[in-house]
Ligand binder design. Sequence first.
Ligand SMILES: Cc1cc2nc3c(=O)[nH]c(=O)nc-3n(C[C@H](O)[C@H](O)[C@H](O)COP(=O)(O)O)c2cc1C
Length: 425
Amino acid sequence: MTGMQTKVLLRNIGVPNSHEIETYLSRGGYQALQKALREHQPAEVVRIVADSGLRGRGGAGFPTGRKWMFLPKGVYPRYLICNADEGEPGTFKDRVLMEHDPHGVIEGIAIASYACEVHQAFIYLRGEYELSYHRLRDAIVQASERGFLGKNILGTGYDLDVHIVRGAGSYVCGEETALLSSLEGKRGHPKLKPPFPATEGLYRKPTIVNNVETLFNVPFIVEHGAEWYRQWGTERSPGLKLFCVSGHVERPGTYELPMGTPMRTLIDDLCGGPRDGIPLKAIIPGGSSTPMMPAEVALQTNLDYESIFEAGSLLGAGAVIVINEKTCIVRTTHRLAGFYRHESCGKCIPCREGTDWMYKILHRIEHGQGRTEDLDLLLDICDNIAEKSFCPLGDAAVGPVRSSLTHFREEYEFHVSEKRCLVDG
Ligand SMILES: Cc1cc2nc3c(=O)[nH]c(=O)nc-3n(C[C@H](O)[C@H](O)[C@H](O)COP(=O)(O)O)c2cc1C
């Protein structure tokens, strides 16, 4: 433990030149890769990761080892994609890893690729992440020079090339099937599932898509074992998790905690509590798509998939957005609705029309032209988008609208009746 944080994933952050291979090697880097290649068959690595209980950190929390086991036997080539698109408002944890510990990302990709019998891996990188791009590109060059990537890695006969592909600014391209379309050079539209990428993905070949943080966990698990990893967290949400906190706290930033840690520890102890002592109103626990929670409810929950779900929201990607009492919930929701309206790819009607309609209604409420019936109309539109859209972007767009109306309806009603904002006095 360093202070109140458990620093495993973030152990190199803050170390001078943490992005250079010499620094990484001096701190034990690439030993897990050597161990995986020399001591384990690919299937054994899959088993270790499955036993650790690691769940995907991209938002859905799907068990990583189980996903790898879905690869159909005997079908090659297979591909691995590191999802580094990180486009959801509130998320910035992957950026921290890529900028400050790029070799950790590369080592995770290399071990996962070995486990999945992949020889071509891709990093699908958010286009705006300039420094991440340079750090990852340099890390690939350095790792190749030292024999950790390329042909015959460490003399073991295993070959792996890692390529970086930069996105062009579309949020939906973080969704795995849209990502695959984009990577194939097509318009970044989602595809129907099944088939899931693990059975039919890039170029219709078996493809594993994993988040940056998910892959970053893999070297630690392989080096120390599944039991070691399970010392943290809960039975169903084991391990450590990064939380990127933004909004009204004294010290926003990226923190590492065991799953199951009380939200209050994160907000009050690590982040220094509410900024300027102004009481909190709401917390969005997992990124903008996860339902907003009243602060008093959120502060009673623990940071694991099950606890947050039981309390009415989702852990998502662990992007905690903190909102204080001086913030207008209508304005916040209007702003988020604008994001989803802009990012809807337009392929399916519920999402394309619904996000636009929700935005327009929120716009008029925010600007003093709302009607009483608008509030129920908004909820009705939410019902017609959620679970009826082609991909989960529709559900994501509904998250802030439905939850804000459920928990903060009086702010909407005040906007409609008084034609101004409740918090502006
Ligand atoms: C609209 C949308 C955007 C997404 N963006 C990302 C993203 O930027 N990064 C990410 O890892 N997963 C993102 N996902 C989730 C991916 O589809 C996929 O579940 C994830 O990459 C799987 O990796 P994991 O199992 O390691 O979490 C997004 C999903 C949706 C619906």
